[in-house]
Design a protein. Structure first.
Length: 256
C-alpha cells in the first residue's frame, strides 16, 4: 500500500513539474514570436486612430472612469455601450439596465472635457435615437460622435433618426470566402450601399486584401477588440484605419 501511495505522490509531483515546464515553454515561444514581430516595420494609415474600449485598463465597463483613463492614455476615441431603458432614457449599458447606470448625458459631458476626443457609441438597443443627437448638441460634440453596433436591419432607423451622424456597419465576415474577389466585391458593395463610412468587425477575420479593397472604394476598416500585444503587432501589419483595444496603454506605446 505504501508503495502505491509513493508511486501516486511521485506521479503527481512529476505531473506538476511537467505542467510548469510546458507553461514556461509557452512563455518562451510567445516572447520569441513577440520579439520577431517587434522587428517587423509597419506603417500607419494617414488618419489612423485607436479606440479605448469601455472597461479599458481594468476600469469598470461603461463607466466615466473608463472614459477618463482612455483619454489619459491618449486614445483618439473612447467606446461605450448605449441601451435605452423602459422609460426610453439612454444609459451606458451592454445589457438590460438595472437602474444604476451612468446616463448618456454624463458620458457626453465627460467626453466634452477632452479636446478632440471622439466617442464611439455602440448601440445595444433602440429607442428615441434623436435624444443622442440632442445630448451631443448640448455639449457641442455632435461632430465628435459616431455609431457602431449597427447591422443591416438597423440602418434605416439610424438614417431616419440621426441623418447627420456617421456610422460603421457591423458585419460578420465569412471566413471561408474572405479571400475571394467575388466575396470582397459583394462585401464592399453591401457596406457602401448601406451608407456607412466603413465596416466594424472582429480583427481575426480581417485580411490585408480586404483592407485594400475597402480603401480603394473610400471605405474605412475598424477592427475589435485587440487586447494582446502580439496581436496588436500582427493587426498593425494589415493597416486598418482603427483598432479598438482594452489596452490603449500598450497600443499607444507601440505606435509612438
Amino acid at each position: 500500500m505504501k508503495k502505491i501511495i509513493t508511486i501516486i505522490i511521485v506521479a503527481i509531483i512529476s505531473l506538476g513539474i511537467l505542467n510548469i515546464f510546458i507553461d514556461q515553454f509557452k512563455i518562451f515561444l510567445y516572447e520569441k514570436e513577440l520579439e520577431n514581430l517587434k522587428n517587423q516595420p509597419f506603417t500607419l494609415t494617414e488618419n489612423f486612430t485607436y479606440t479605448a474600449h469601455t472597461g479599458c485598463v481594468g476600469t469598470p465597463d461603461n463607466s466615466l472612469e473608463a472614459i477618463k483613463i482612455g483619454a489619459k492614455y491618449e486614445a483618439d476615441i473612447v467606446e461605450f455601450d448605449l441601451y435605452f431603458t423602459k422609460d426610453d432614457e439612454p444609459v451606458l449599458s451592454h445589457d438590460e439596465p438595472t437602474g444604476n447606470e451612468f446616463t448618456l448625458e454624463q458620458a457626453f459631458k465627460k467626453v466634452s472635457e477632452y479636446e478632440n476626443l471622439k466617442a464611439n457609441v455602440d448601440l445595444k438597443s433602440y429607442g428615441s435615437l434623436e435624444k443622442v443627437v440632442e445630448c451631443a448638441d448640448k455639449y457641442n460634440i455632435k461632430d465628435r460622435i459616431f455609431f457602431t453596433g449597427i447591422f443591416l436591419k438597423d440602418v434605416e432607423a439610424v438614417k431616419k433618426a440621426c441623418p447627420d451622424i456617421e456610422y460603421y456597419l457591423n458585419y460578420e465576415i465569412e471566413k471561408e470566402r474572405k479571400q475571394t474577389n467575388e466575396y470582397l466585391e459583394s462585401l464592399v458593395k453591401t457596406v457602401k450601399d448601406s451608407g456607412a463610412v466603413g465596416i466594424n468587425c472582429n480583427y481575426k477575420n480581417v485580411t490585408e486584401k480586404m483592407v485594400k479593397a475597402f480603401r480603394e472604394n473610400g471605405l474605412l476598416v475598424s477592427v475589435w477588440t485587440v487586447n494582446d500585444e502580439k496581436d496588436m503587432y500582427k493587426v498593425l501589419q494589415l493597416r486598418p484605419d482603427n483598432i479598438t483595444t482594452r489596452h490603449p496603454d500598450i497600443l499607444g506605446e507601440i505606435i509612438k
